[in-house]
Design a protein around this ligand. Structure first.
Ligand SMILES: Cc1cc2nc3c(=O)[nH]c(=O)nc-3n(C[C@H](O)[C@H](O)[C@H](O)COP(=O)(O)OP(=O)(O)OC[C@H]3O[C@@H](n4cnc5c(N)ncnc54)[C@H](O)[C@@H]3O)c2cc1C
Ligand code: FES
Length: 290
């Protein structure tokens, strides 16, 4: 598996980060009624063989004639052939992508941004907390951590979804749940027949875990409101601000720090993020207007 120290290699030709590279949809898996996972292959064999990414990074996916959207890489970092993206249908680009079939062509730019700083999590209890589509950028981090499991203390995955049918990556969740070296806690807002797990909010699960706050490193990705409550709760549980990492969402255009669309206070989410330590953004975190 690519290690966290490997430098990501772009899907674009050198110096052409703004030019999308064509990629073919090889496989589509329906995760839920709104969300699909796409397996893409870059058409250019030389780019394909060189492309790498770090867990937490994203690509800009271009649906020709419609536009681009920032989408996290959700596959295994050591799978160099396939770019895996899990996309929830919500606006124009994601709806157009949702209508595409296997064999269709999209454009890819990336990978962009800084991923999860897993090297700073080593020797600590790692708690990965995600809600909804936020599990997409968390999945490569789980895979990376499990591939170098001895470098971490406890590993805990907390995931909340709207309903059992909305839970992503269900076969992975079952496989992780069966492993003795990762603790998994799942929760839904609305139960369905057969659901025997807890019902409520992700923060309810955070409260259940006996965290050794000062020994923890936490990765958080979910809806804004979830991120905000989780960070507030973790602060009360003495997790250091330097070891709480949050992946933020902002409207993206260029993805490389040129257009200003993703400005977040003095930072650009595309270039300086999307993963920030809470310590780095504490003064602006949770403020809508920045
Ligand atoms: C770093 C990063 C990683 C991401 N990773 C993923 C991922 O892995 N999977 C994923 O599904 N998404 C991901 N996203 C989110 C995705 O980029 C956005 O949802 C993107 O805007 C989708 O593009 P779109 O054209 O389909 O939707 P848009 O047209 O941009 O609409 C997005 C949302 O805004 C609402 N909206 C649109 N227009 C308006 C308006 N005029 N007024 C009010 N509301 C409006 C829509 O209803 C929708 O809820 C990520 C975002 C970032 C920044
Ligand atoms: S998307 Fe252009 S500066 Fe971030």
């Amino acid at each position: 598996m690519a290690t966290v120290h490997d430098e990501p290699v772009m899907a674009s030709y050198p110096g052409q980060a703004m030019v999308p590279s064509p990629a073919t949809i090889m496989h589509i898996h329906d995760e839920s009624s709104t969300t699909r996972t796409y397996s893409l292959e870059l058409d250019d064999a030389s780019l394909r063989s060189r492309y790498t990414f770090r867990p937490g990074q994203f690509n800009m996916i271009y649906v020709f004639g419609v536009g681009e959207a920032a989408i996290s890489l959700s596959g295994r970092p050591d799978d160099r052939r396939h770019l895996i993206h899990t996309v929830r249908r919500c606006g124009s680009v994601t709806a157009a992508l949702n209508r595409m079939q296997v064999g269709g062509t999209v454009g890819i730019r990336g990978p962009f941004g800084h991923g999860w700083p897993l090297e700073q999590c080593r020797g600590r209890d790692v708690i990965l907390i995600s809600g909804g589509i936020g599990l997409a950028p968390i999945r490569p981090a789980v895979e990376q951590i499990l591939s170098e499991r001895n470098l971490y203390e406890r590993v805990i995955l907390i995931y909340g979804a709207r309903s059992p049918a909305d839970m992503l990556f269900q076969s992975d969740l079952a496989a992780w749940d069966a492993r003795p070296d990762i603790e998994t806690l799942f929760i839904v807002d609305y139960p369905a027949e057969g659901w025997t797990g807890p019902v409520g909010m992700v923060t309810d699960l955070v409260r259940r875990v006996r965290l050794r706050g000062e020994k923890a490193a936490v990765l958080v990705c979910g809806p804004r409101i979830m991120n905000r409550y989780v960070v507030w709760l973790l602060s009360r549980l003495n997790v250091p601000a330097s070891h709480m990492f949050v992946s933020l969402e902002r409207n993206m255009r260029c993805g490389v720090g040129r257009c200003g669309h993703c400005q977040y206070g003095p930072k650009f989410v595309c270039k300086d993020g999307p993963v920030f330590s809470y310590e780095a953004i504490r003064s602006i975190f949770g403020k809508e207007e920045v």
